[in-house]
Design a protein around this ligand. Structure first.
Ligand SMILES: C[S@@+](CC[C@H](N)C(=O)[O-])C[C@H]1O[C@@H](n2cnc3c(N)ncnc32)[C@H](O)[C@@H]1O
Length: 204
């Protein structure tokens, strides 16, 4: 899918997104928070912030910047920020393949259920690395391709169909790490089947 098509898909999802993806990813978000190891004053960027489902967990004496392609998703995130009374959250409409931030601006860059929604995950991770300071953390929550051959085959077969719904199911974690020069520093499985994972990398 093109960037324009993804934007439209998520504009449409925005009305029902929290109902579908609120509870099922709640456990993963808790693991993501632990992986971030936030500290007072930390500069945190959430790429593909969506409706801001992670924001209530993140906003603890840290400065949060959230970006997303979809204005409708961002509008919902903004409503959440306003209703929670957070003053330390900035939201921008932006494409994660071309982040409009200077190098080394953030201590933590967080991608929750996002990296498999972009057509070029390698470029997005390169941008995440660029804007993260050396020694900062890049944290991913995502579905990654299974190690089980039969499951992997099913994931590959259904991926083109899922791509039309705004995400892919065959993203290989090791491949992504190799292509972007990252190493996994911590990994946890966030669902009982083990296909959804939390991954932390330290920015080299
Ligand atoms: C599955 S949602 C995840 C939202 C949120 N991170 C969460 O945890 O619920 C993926 C989000 O990524 C956004 N997105 C997809 N491609 C993007 C891009 N290239 N740049 C910025 N945001 C993008 C979509 O608009 C959507 O809001």
């Amino acid at each position: 899918m093109t960037i324009d098509q993804i934007e439209k898909v998520y504009d449409r999802y925005s009305k029902v997104y929290d109902i579908i993806f609120g509870k099922i990813f709640a456990n993963g978000r808790e693991v993501g928070l632990q992986f971030l190891e936030l500290f007072p004053g930390a500069q945190v960027l959430e790429v593909g912030v969506g409706t801001g489902l992670s924001l209530p967990l993140l906003s603890r004496n840290v400065e949060i910047t959230g970006i997303d392609l979809s204005q409708d998703m961002l509008n919902r995130a903004q409503k959440r920020v306003t209703s929670l009374g957070f003053s330390d959250v900035r939201l921008f409409k932006m494409d994660a393949t071309k982040l409009e931030f200077t190098d080394k601006s953030f201590d933590r860059v967080y991608a929750a259920y996002f990296i498999s929604t972009v057509p070029d995950p390698v470029q997005v991770v390169r941008e995440m690395k660029r804007v993260c300071r050396p020694g900062g953390y890049l944290v991913f929550l995502n579905h990654f391709q299974s190690e089980v051959p039969l499951v992997r085959l099913v994931e590959k077969l259904i991926s083109p169909i899922c791509a039309r719904m705004g995400f892919r199911t065959d993203l290989n974690l090791q491949w992504l790490m190799h292509e972007t020069g990252l190493k996994i520093e911590a990994l946890d499985r966030t669902d009982f089947l083990g296909h959804w994972r939390a991954v932390r990398c330290i920015n080299p």
